[in-house]
Design a protein around this ligand. Structure first.
Ligand code: PMP
Length: 353
């Protein structure tokens, strides 16, 4: 007998984007500006009541999310960031070893971690040659032990979005007995009209879970609040495994104010979308391969030079996110910050190894 379960020794650590004082952080897909002014005011008001526990049922925020997406509140489960909802999804769908959680690779690095914490088996399917999900290959890889599938659209860290038609075909092929989580953490940055949005598919697919977050477009990463839209049964199960009081009163108030001010907050994203095109074009002009991105980041598939490129950028005062040995993800930010990145990328000389 051991004090701690031995399989935790092999649990990969989540590697956060580094924050280094004085350096520009383009490593965590955050928006660089602080939360919007009315959101900050709501946060301050909630913080003043911080001696009290938050609303356990997250009633008002749930109602606002339901209203915004035009779904019944029973279809909404709010969590302490969407990464925690990913973990809750493993908890509600998998009993333990032998049960499989499938996702494309490379994708969001928390998926293997939450799978392993849940005691289930990881099943990965490679992205295609354009760094997109290969949904046909994923559907073909489903076994009778597959309990949960994460589909990340746009895909972190590579950028492309899954298209509506291919995702609908995928849902039909997979069938109703596997939970399919469509992780839309970056939905607000999508401009491709063919990209999937999960909300219209919920009625026909009770096994579908749409994950959203307030961390990215709404600029509330530090508050930790995300939500799932799904069938009432799945939402109820997600709420059952959510530890009590996981969503703080500050997070609830901030998220409500963010929804109230949504139009203005999302209007602030427009320059980022223009910058996404400009930075990508400049990087391609410098000879980098950069897949088309529907998000607020770009992927440089630099292979085993990823760590070297990231170290070079850090020397040039920019922190990017290497995923050795696959590539480097860079957040698209303000024109000035992006210019610093572009200067660093232009001056990068691969070592002769
Ligand atoms: N899904 C994806 C694809 C992400 O990139 C992230 C954050 N990096 C999350 C979920 C988690 O977001 P949060 O927990 O901050 O809501």
């Amino acid at each position: 007998m051991t004090l701690i379960r031995p399989d935790l020794d092999t649990l990969p650590a989540y590697v956060p984007g580094r924050s280094v004082p004085g350096l520009i952080k383009l490593a965590s897909n955050e928006v660089a500006e602080p939360p919007a002014a009315p959101v900050l005011e709501a946060i301050a008001r909630a913080a003043a009541g911080g001696n009290r526990y938050p609303d356990l049922g997250v009633v008002e925020l749930t109602a606002r999310i339901a209203e915004f997406h035009d779904v019944a509140p029973e279809r909404v489960a709010v969590g302490c960031g969407s990464v925690t909802l990913c973990q809750q999804l493993v908890q509600i769908s998998c009993l333990g070893p032998g049960d499989e959680v499938m996702f494309a690779w490379r994708s969001f690095e928390a998926y293997p971690i939450v799978t392993q914490i849940g005691g289930a088996d990881v099943r990965t399917v490679p992205l295609d040659g354009e760094f997109r999900h290969d949904l046909d290959a994923m559907a073909a890889a489903v076994t009778d032990r597959t309990r949960l599938i994460f589909v990340c659209s746009p895909n972190n860290p590579t950028g492309p979005a899954v298209h509506r038609a291919e995702f609908e075909r995928f849902l039909e092929t997979v069938g109703p007995d596997v939970v399919v989580a469509l992780d839309e953490a970056y939905a607000e940055f999508v401009t491709d009209p063919e990209a999937v949005t999960g909300r219209p598919l919920l009625d026909a697919h009770p096994n579908l879970v749409v994950l959203r977050t307030f961390s990215k477009a709404y600029r509330l990463a530090g508050l930790r609040v995300g939500y799932a839209l799904t069938s009432p049964d799945v939402a109820t199960a997600l709420r059952k495994v959510c530890p009590p009081f996981s969503v703080s009163s500050v997070a609830q108030a901030g998220a409500i104010a963010a929804l109230e001010n949504r139009d203005a907050i999302l209007a602030d994203l427009r320059p980022i979308l223009a910058e996404r095109d400009r930075v990508r074009t400049a990087l391609v002009g410098d000879g980098f391969t950069v897949p088309e991105s529907q998000s607020n980041f770009l992927w440089l598939p630099l292979g085993d030079r990823s760590a070297e490129f990231a170290a070079h950028c850090a020397d040039q005062k920019v922190v990017v996110r290497p995923f050795q040995p696959d590539g480097v993800r860079v957040t698209v930010s303000s024109p000035e910050e992006n210019d610093t990145l572009l200067a660093a990328a232009s001056s990068y000389q691969p070592s002769s190894r």
